[in-house]
Design a protein around this ligand. Structure first.
Ligand code: ATP
Ligand code: MG
Length: 424
């Protein structure tokens, strides 16, 4: 026997039983997006490496150590997308979609980061992302957050997930704050861990969201970003909070929320749960007013979020259900090759007349008794049985597999009427 080839570490298979939960999550999200009038956009999984370096920032975890980058056969450096915003922005610039236009867009698909795999953290993971272009005012920040809140409410997460929010201000006020923060942290370098020492002069804001308990006190007493906001950002933030209050959306202002990507300005937010252990951030996003220009487009205000599907499915499993596998409505049994031909024709007319119906055909033969065993195992509600005798007089047998009723025989031409009555 040959050796078995296993999947790449951190790139998980999603098996059929679990797929039903994924579909439930994806359908719920898509229904909400549709009701808010957002349009789907699709862009490639592979982009030029430069795109991510220029947008996410050179001194970030993603670009420094997490990207799947390779040289292709044309000697070009390419990268499997580690997040969606950069690719989406490239697409809308390249196709002129944001030229004097507002866009409300969404996408979903796989993303890739070389991280240490653990519960809620994989190397191929999946996100549903939303990006909005062309609106500078805080009403749209509120809409974006309302949209995410609606998704979580529909998934039944309301009491299990909380919104944290902060403002990073303008690039200028952030630069000023960066100096204040460096000055404060430099006074306490003895309390900084290795990672933070390295970040002190390159990306000191990231030190604020360190999870190292030994630094918690130091971070707690650090000067607050929200205190050094420029007037415009402060008004924007207050405007957003007013809308959230009016919408009755609960939030917690977290002055240490800085997000790991360089492109954010003003609003940043995360939806966090305590039901998943360490990997508690299910959805994260914010405003990135400078990114379109940074990637060669005209200055365009923009904002968005990424919602992690692995963590959403995990939370659904933890809180509500293990699986949503759909059993067939009908298991179709035929006792010979000849009757199977008629059975196929009947199942075909049933599917045409009742497109929602789920019919599982018994393929591969077997005695009726064995087929009935398979029917039971499939979880189907009913079995339709076509034996030689029924085929000869154009009737069919209906057996309720879940209740102990006697089976019924009726003419084949009544099959649609009969089943639509039973299954509705
Ligand atoms: P984390 O704090 O978990 O490292 P992040 O800040 O790197 O997350 P973002 O880039 O903001 O994450 O991505 C948005 C969402 O995508 C996260 O909140 C999370 O739900 C999900 N996500 C990110 N990385 C992974 C991963 N490696 N595996 C599974 N989900 C992920
Ligand atoms: Mg990360």
């Amino acid at each position: 026997m040959s050796s078995i080839i296993q999947a790449v570490r951190g790139m998980n298979d999603i098996l059929p039983e679990e797929v039903s939960l994924w579909q439930h999550v994806e359908n719920t999200i898509q229904e909400v997006l549709k009701s808010f009038c957002y349009d789907e956009i699709r862009f490639p999984i592979v982009e030029k490496t430069e795109l991510f370096k220029r947008s996410i920032g050179e001194v970030t975890d993603i670009v420094e150590k997490e990207m799947y980058t390779f040289i292709d056969r044309n000697e070009e450096s390419l990268t499997l997308r580690p997040e969606g915003t950069a690719g989406c922005v490239r697409t809308v610039i390249e196709h002129g979609l944001i030229h004097n236009q507002i866009q409300r867009l969404w996408y979903k698909g796989p993303f890739f980061r070389h991280e240490r795999p653990q519960k809620g953290r994989t190397r191929q993971f999946h996100q549903c992302g939303v990006e909005i272009f062309g609106i500078p005012t805080p009403d749209i920040d509120a809409e974006l957050i309302l949209l995410s809140a609606t998704i979580f409410e529909r998934l039944g997460f309301k009491d299990h997930i909380a919104l944290q929010i902060n403002s990073l201000g303008s690039p200028a006020s952030r630069a000023k704050y960066k100096e204040t923060l460096i000055a404060y942290l430099t006074k306490h370098t003895d309390q900084l861990d290795e990672d933070s020492k390295r970040r002190l002069n390159t990306n000191p804001l990231r030190i604020l969201d360190s999870k190292n308990p030994a630094m918690a006190d130091l971070i707690h007493h650090a000067p607050k970003l929200t205190e050094s906001l420029d007037d415009e950002s402060r008004l924007h933030f207050e405007g957003l909070l007013n809308y959230l209050n009016a919408l009755n959306i609960k939030y917690e202002i977290n002055p240490c929320l800085v997000r790991g990507l360089d492109y954010y300005t003003k609003t940043v937010f995360e939806w966090v749960t305590t039901d998943l252990g360490a990997q508690g951030t299910v959805c994260a996003g914010g405003r990135y007013d400078g990114l379109v220009e940074q990637l060669g487009g005209k200055p365009t205000p923009a904002l968005g979020f990424g919602l992690g599907l692995e963590r959403t499915v995990l939370l659904l499993q933890t809180l509500h259900q293990k699986s949503l596998a759909l059993a067939p409505d009908i298991y179709f049994i035929a006792d010979s090759e000849k009757t199977l031909e008629t059975a196929f024709a009947l199942s075909n007319s049933l599917r045409k007349a009742l497109p929602e119906i789920r019919i599982l055909m018994n393929c591969g033969g077997g005695a009726i008794k064995n087929q009935l065993k398979k029917a039971d195992k499939s979880g189907a509600r009913y079995a339709l049985i076509l034996g030689e005798q029924e085929a000869a007089n154009q009737s069919i047998v209906l057996k309720n597999l879940r209740e102990n009723n006697p089976q019924e025989i009726f003419p084949q031409q009544q099959i649609i009427e009969k089943l639509s009555g039973l299954l509705n």
